[in-house]
Design a protein around this ligand. Structure first.
Ligand SMILES: [Zn+2]
Length: 81
């Protein structure tokens, strides 16, 4: 039995409608660059605001149905308890 080639990244799709037309949330102050503006215009990036709430803020937004999903993990999250 042949194994399929390894996939580095799972194709990401919306859990609600299955669309792959997704934008990634960007938190923090936007730098106002043309590239960023273009990414926003093309629906690649959604500006999530300045405040990140680790384990609460979503990571992706569906451009088709508007569903936000995924969890934005803090880069330096600590495990307590
Ligand atoms: Zn969707």
């Amino acid at each position: 039995m042949e194994m399929s080639p390894k996939v580095k990244r799972k194709p990401l799709c919306c859990p609600k409608c299955g669309s792959r037309n997704l934008a990634r949330y960007l938190f923090g102050l936007p730098d106002g660059s043309e590239k960023l503006e273009r990414d926003v215009a093309f629906g690649k990036i959604v500006l999530g605001g300045c405040v990140i709430e680790p384990d609460v803020s979503p990571k992706y937004c569906c451009n088709d149905c508007g569903e936000s999903f995924g969890i934005y993990m803090s880069s330096r999250s600590k495990r307590t308890g």
